[in-house]
Ligand binder design. Structure first.
Ligand code: FES
Length: 556
């Protein structure tokens, strides 16, 4: 047994006891005290802590991040060290919590919840699931019928408490997905499941803990106001990517991690919340996870289609959700086409020299004003505090501005400019000299790969559907990433053609909106199951000639 003493930057100290050796990053991340872009893989240099005692030898990776003086003072990368004896750690900054988008666009619909209550002749209450009576409750409990609409994202989890009788959302809570300690993206989570004994079940346990925490959090927020208890939750609907749903169900996702990238299942999943997953809900509670289209076009995207109603819209609509994976759906010429691409981690601020998550201190927008030696770099920072780095939207904004001002060649090469410097033979564009924030040539290459993957995916879908860019009526951008993003950055960096700039709309967390629809309408649930079975899914990695489309699409 060892003690971990943590000194926070606000002067407080907390001590924890650990039963067995654990990586320091994993331990701190488990407490939500650290959230580095590479998730403990040793590649981002962002998990800085000061180890006060014991004196710890430094690793080679740390010499590239810290000066000799800092190393001598005890600064280390948490992910490079394990805890097996008493240790005292100083955290340099306050807890990092990403901004979480909990609301999304929702079209009109006719409510008709799957769960309902009817009064029996003897005064007791029948609980109905569809047409079936699944329980009898003593007395008249018709005013106690609630559900949860949940979005399980790779990074964040959001839950809304919904009154199933009125459709009103009473409260919404969110947290970071605790599985992030096993990897920041779906591929590393799948790898974790493949390479660790009980890797799937460990991750299932983690997400179930998150859900229990959120349910308790929601009642702490409003349970007393509405006189509701855990037992009044009869249904939970979940939108989530297919890896998240596999892990929630405790089903091995390994088959999605290797060619031909097939999920173990992709239809809607139904479970019993209390008995299957020990959630604090009614014993009658069912959990419904929206169906997926393929391994990497999941129930979160099905939910987005449903919430935005693009399957019922006669116009040509492009729906995109950009993250480590880019997921896209085109409603064109009367049919739905979908694909997904590996956009890589750059747009989430990972594997970028000065990349950070979209949280307080992240630069979310960049503008270049003037020219030549007089050029000024203006930045917008989340929380209006001292900038700590560039998040995905800031990164795209910076690249778009470099393209606009001609500092970036269409091949992606940084050209000569007073703000372009060479350090150790490598070019970088200085964004904030005082806070040492810059964009390297290598960072720009990462953006190029993401841009190429997304644009080539869109082009391929358009070609398959026989639709031109000029015929697109609307572009809907969903998910966490788009919240801080300007349409001009998307087009300026070339992810989406410039002529579509005026039809781009940000629609927010449509995964939760779609889950909400399925919670309140049996017909919407049937509709999402039908539409996912009819989508024309294109597997880009199997497509002849796709490489040539991709190579062309990486040009700015
Ligand atoms: S978490 Fe340690 S370097 Fe990224």
């Amino acid at each position: 047994m060892a003690k971990v003493t943590i000194k926070h930057d606000n002067g407080t100290t907390t001590t924890y006891e650990i039963a067995q050796e654990i990586n320091l990053y994993q331990f701190l991340a488990g407490l939500n005290l650290i959230d580095a872009p590479c998730g403990g893989a040793g590649g981002c240099g962002k998990c800085k802590v000061k180890i006060m005692q014991p004196r710890t030898a430094w690793q080679e990776e740390e010499t590239a991040v810290f000066t000799g003086q800092e190393l001598a003072a005890g600064w280390r990368l948490a992910c490079q060290h394990s805890v097996s004896e008493d240790i005292t750690v100083v955290l340099p900054t306050e807890e990092v919590v990403s901004e979480i988008i909990s609301q999304g666009y929702l079209r009109d619909f006719a409510p008709k919840p799957y769960f309902a209550k009817r009064l029996a002749q003897n005064g007791d209450t029948m609980v109905m699931a569809g047409q079936e009576i699944i329980g009898i409750e003593k007395g008249d409990t018709r005013d106690r019928l609630y559900g949860l609409a949940v979005d399980i994202g790779t990074t964040t989890v959001v839950a809304g408490l919904i009154d199933l009788s009125s459709g009103q959302e009473l409260a919404s809570v969110s947290c970071l997905n605790g599985q992030k300690t096993f990897g920041q993206d779906v591929i590393t989570r799948i790898n974790y499941a493949m390479t660790n004994t009980n890797g799937t079940l460990i991750q299932q346990k983690t997400i179930l803990q998150d859900l229990r925490k959120l349910i308790k959090g929601i009642f702490a927020q409003c349970g007393r106001d509405y006189a509701i208890t855990f037992k009044d939750i009869y249904e939970i609907t979940v939108g989530g990517n297919n890896t998240m749903i596999h892990l929630l169900a405790g089903i091995d996702p390994s088959s999605m991690g290797m060619s031909p990238y097939l999920p173990a299942f992709k239809g809607a999943l139904v479970a019993k919340g209390a008995s299957d997953w020990q959630l604090p809900v009614s014993d009658l509670c069912r959990v419904y996870c929206l169906p997926a289209v393929s391994a990497f076009v999941g129930g979160d995207i099905s939910a987005g289609i449903l919430a935005c109603g693009i399957h019922q819209d006669a116009r040509n609509i492009l729906f995109i959700d950009i993250g480590t994976n880019g997921e896209m759906v085109l409603s064109g010429n009367g049919r739905l086409t979908a694909c997904s691409c590996a956009a890589g981690p750059a747009l989430e601020g990972m594997n970028i020299s000065c990349g950070v998550r979209a949280a307080r201190g992240a630069i979310e927008d960049v503008r270049l004003i003037g020219s030549g030696a007089d050029m000024l770099v203006e930045v917008a920072v989340i929380g209006e505090v001292r900038p700590t780095g560039l998040c995905g939207s800031g990164l795209l904004a910076a690249v778009a501005e470099l393209v606009r001002t001609g500092i970036l060649h269409k091949s992606g090469r940084l050209l000569e400019h007073p703000l372009v410097e060479k350090v150790a033979g490598k070019k970088r564009f200085i964004i904030d000299r005082e806070n040492e924030i810059y964009l390297t040539q290598q960072d720009i290459r990462q953006v190029q790969l993401a841009k190429g993957a997304i644009l080539s995916g869109i082009q391929t879908m358009l070609q398959a559907a026989g639709v031109d860019f000029a015929e697109i009526d609307r572009v809907l951008v969903a998910g966490q990433f788009g919240a801080h993003l300007k349409a001009a950055s998307l087009t300026g960096a070339g992810l989406i053609p410039r002529e579509l700039e005026n039809v781009i709309t940000y629609v927010g967390n449509t995964s939760k909106s779609g889950a909400y629809l399925c919670l309140l309408s049996t017909e919407e649930r049937e509709s999402v199951e039908q539409l996912t079975s009819q989508i024309n899914y294109i597997e880009l990695s199997h497509l002849a000639g796709f490489d040539a489309v991709f190579v062309k699409a990486i040009e700015f």
